[in-house]
Ligand binder design. Structure first.
Ligand code: SAM
Ligand code: ZN
Length: 414
């Protein structure tokens, strides 16, 4: 095995992420102008996704804590189904509480060779098992052998759609699925046909597309869980830079499925005035005209219209993040800000208002967030920021009252 990869090993250099030093092919050498990574990179490593991995460490520790409270002796089985350089596995192995086991898998034999080298470099081999398999086969086979995982991590290039059903078969009852999707244009409704084809969802290109994308993916997971008599409970759903990541707990039973279905429906949106609303799965209930301005409505769905985070889980992640040093979680500060915003978002109405976009359309200047917050609250509405978009807010305010506030504030400042 060693000889086979000798030539390509010469291209390796050592990088660092968190507490781990590891061999990788230099992202600078295999990228266009230091930005987009090239497909020719022999084993994938994207330094930008450090925050994805750091959040994963926190989420798995939080999940582990909740499980081990119930049974402290039980070992925890994790599948890193697309491990690439092994950086995620190695960081987890150093970070998680024992007992656990991690199966690090990749279809690419060179990735397995690299993970083995990286395990040696970090003296981390205990509790890590390497497999060189198509994870579709591995997960299906694990179901056949009845060897289920507590956590399955799915981190593909592009859409995760084909991996979801096999993962639902291979996950334990009450296990956690963590899924990344990088096909954000599809999920955000840029390509209508692609979203229908890949997710069976009619997409909505709106002013709050980044949240809609999360809801499309959550729906797709729930839809595949239901035939297995399973349901989903979204624990944390994040939209970062050029990808999204959801953490969902899988629960069993008809009642949970019924609740999922109540959380499924359509989003209605008016491109003219930015009014938005939701409706359940009964299409006969769907209005065609905007109740605010009378224009023809756009719609997206079916998709997840319920809560996308779980308050207690988010608090637990936040507490763990505050305890660990920056050397372990390099993006600690950004994660703290993100979790803060996420905890504010919980129980707010679906969607967000992009204040900059609204002011642009009204051709007025944008007031400070503090002034906007005070004015909204003084009229008795609630207010929160969202982690998804820097210039966006969440509120139960109606669009016309919000516009009136923005216009008044702009006039005051001139
Ligand atoms: C985006 S990379 C994973 C990055 C890694 N999780 C990390 O955090 O650095 C995707 C990986 O999935 C692997 N892959 C693609 N299809 C696969 C399949 N069907 N089964 C297993 N691995 C697969 C690729 O070889 C590649 O290494
Ligand atoms: Zn309207």
């Amino acid at each position: 095995m060693g000889m086979r990869f000798e030539g390509i090993d010469a291209k390796l250099s050592i990088a660092e992420e968190g507490e781990i030093k590891f061999y990788t092919y230099s992202p600078a050498e295999f990228s266009t102008g230091g930005k987009a990574l090239l497909k020719s990179m022999p084993v994938f490593y994207n330094p930008i996704q450090e925050i994805n991995r750091s959040l994963t460490l926190l989420a798995y520790r939080a999940f582990q804590n909740s499980k081990q409270q119930k049974n402290s002796e039980e070992s925890f089985h994790i599948l890193d189904s697309m491990a690439a350089s092994g950086i995620r596995t190695l960081r987890l192995a150093k970070f998680l509480d024992k007992p656990f086991s991690i199966t690090a898998n990749d279809l690419n034999p060179l990735a397995i060779h690299l993970i083995r080298k990286n395990m040696e470099l970090n003296h981390l081999s205990e509790s890590i098992y390497l497999t060189n398999d198509d994870c579709l086969h591995l997960m299906t086979n694990s179901k056949v052998k009845r060897e289920f995982f507590d956590i399955i991590d799915i981190d593909p290039f592009g859409t995760p759609n084909i991996f979801i059903s096999p993962a639902l078969h291979a996950i334990k009852k009450e296990g956690l699925l963590a899924i990344t999707a990088t096909d954000t244009p599809v999920l955000f409704g840029v390509g209508k046909n692609a979203c229908i084809r890949k997710y069976n969802v009619f997409p909505l290109r709106s002013t709050f597309s980044k949240e809609v994308g999360l809801r499309v993916l959550l729906y797709y997971i729930a839809k595949h869980a239901h035939p297995l008599m399973r349901a989903i409970k979204p624990m944390l759903s994040v939209s970062f830079d050029h990808y999204i990541r959801v953490f969902v707990q899988i629960i069993k039973g008809e009642e949970a499925i019924r609740t999922n279905i109540q959380n499924t429906g359509y989003i209605l949106w008016c491109a003219k005035c930015d009014w938005r609303g939701t409706t359940d799965l009964n299409i006969l209930n769907v209005p065609h005209q905007c109740p605010n301005c009378g224009s023809k409505l756009d719609f997206g769905g079916p998709l997840w219209i319920g809560e996308i985070h779980e308050d207690k889980f988010v608090q637990e992640l936040n507490e763990i993040n505050l305890e660990v040093p920056k050397e372990v979680i390099p993006s600690k500060a950004r994660i703290e800000r993100t979790l803060q915003r996420i905890s504010e978002e919980i129980s707010f109405p679906l969607g967000y208002y992009d204040v900059h976009k609204i002011c642009d359309k009204l051709q007025i200047s944008v007031s400070s967030m503090k002034e906007i917050e005070d004015a909204i609250k003084s009229q008795g509405f609630n207010f929160a920021r969202t982690h998804v978009e820097a210039h966006a807010i969440k509120s139960n305010i109606d669009i016309e009252s919000l516009k009136a506030i923005l216009i008044k504030l702009a006039q005051k400042s001139t």
